[in-house]
Design a protein around this ligand. Structure first.
Ligand code: NAI
Length: 303
């Protein structure tokens, strides 16, 4: 298998084929970067509408990135896009990929029951060497792994949106993930050109554990009337050097997603004062102001 990154020379040869389940925002990006690195990819979703949308998203993303990469060689760009797309097989049948893949990356809805149903099925149909992972943002990996018997071959691969652009991959080890599995996951991360960080199975791993409470602290500041949200954004961008202010970030991530993450943590860790809810966020979500995706959150994105 040809890989597009030089850092892959020490690649663990155990992974050739990867199944990505859920072809939404995250799954489509994960399938793209995995195919770009030379792996054959099965991309699974519940219906063809979702899968066709994912293929379109991937093609648009590749067109944009290859324009820069192969600036003076448009033929190379066309070839690169075709080769990458050719490595992705879409299917609504989870069995197709599961029976052949060495690594499965789950990126379906953030719902423990849905994830359990999926993994208990996968555990029965996948070869016992296949490694299972979840891209969950807010659920403990070990809790998702309760649905399978291969707990030593279960870990977390937490990507960031947009997947083809964001360099980081958090690789999560539970108490039961074996060292061999973990090594393979780290090597997979490097092979797709990401920088990996090693995380334990704690709420929010590294990035969200720090970022989400920070975003809620900013909202609290605004709720108290200490500053306008625009000024808080300006302050953090110009004073702390952050590329986005906390309110721009909440709008980008989605107010519903942010609320969902904190509500889940609050339920699990009621004693921890870091995980607090917010009246303003609850209200905006109830009004359907979910951020960029709905056209309005703290800011208005409608033209
Ligand atoms: P999404 O809603 O864009 O995509 C989910 C996809 O999964 C949909 O296309 C849906 O049809 C499909 N799906 C649902 N149940 C399925 C099943 N049983 N079998 C096959 N396909 C199924 O969601 P998104 O944002 O891509 O999130 C997916 C996962 O990634 C969640 O666990 C989320 O917590 C996590 N995540 C999300 C990030 C984000 O910024 N949105 C960042 C990092 C992780």
């Amino acid at each position: 298998i040809k890989r597009s990154f030089s850092s892959t020379s020490a690649l663990n040869r155990q992974i050739n084929s990867v199944t990505v389940i859920g072809s939404g925002l995250m799954g489509s990006g994960i399938a793209q970067v995995t195919a770009e690195a030379g792996y054959s990819v099965y991309l699974v979703d519940q219906n063809d509408t979702a899968l066709n949308k994912a293929l379109k998203t991937i093609e648009t993303s590749l067109t944009r990135s290859t324009k820069k990469k192969f600036n003076k060689e448009p033929d190379h760009a066309v070839r690169y896009i075709k080769d990458t797309m050719d490595r992705i097989v879409t299917t609504t049948k989870v069995d197709a990929g599961a029976e052949k893949s060495d690594l499965i990356i789950e990126a379906i809805v953030e719902n423990i029951q849905a994830k359990h149903d999926l993994f208990s099925k996968l555990d029965k149909i996948s070869p016992n060497t296949t490694i299972f992972t979840s891209n969950t943002s807010s659920l403990p990996i070990a809790e998702i792994a309760e649905a399978v018997s291969r707990k030593d071959k279960f870990g977390g691969l937490h990507f960031f949106n947009p997947v083809p652009v964001m360099k980081l991959l958090e690789v999560i080890k539970t108490h039961e993930t074996s060292d061999a599995t973990y090594r393979t996951l780290l090597e997979y991360g490097l092979s797709i050109g990401k920088t990996t960080v090693e995380c334990k199975d704690t709420p929010g791993f590294i990035v969200n554990r720090l970022l989400v409470p920070y975003m809620f602290e900013a909202v609290k500041m605004y709720e108290r009337g200490d500053a306008s949200f625009q000024d808080i954004d300006t302050a953090m961008k110009l004073g702390a050097g952050y590329p986005m202010g906390p309110f721009e970030l909440i709008d980008y991530v989605g107010l519903d997603t942010t609320k969902f993450i904190v509500d889940g943590w609050k339920k699990r860790f009621p004693e921890d004062p870091t995980f607090q809810s917010s009246v303003v966020i609850d209200q905006l979500v109830a009004e359907g102001r979910l951020g960029r995706k709905s056209g309005e959150g703290f800011y208005n994105y409608k033209k």
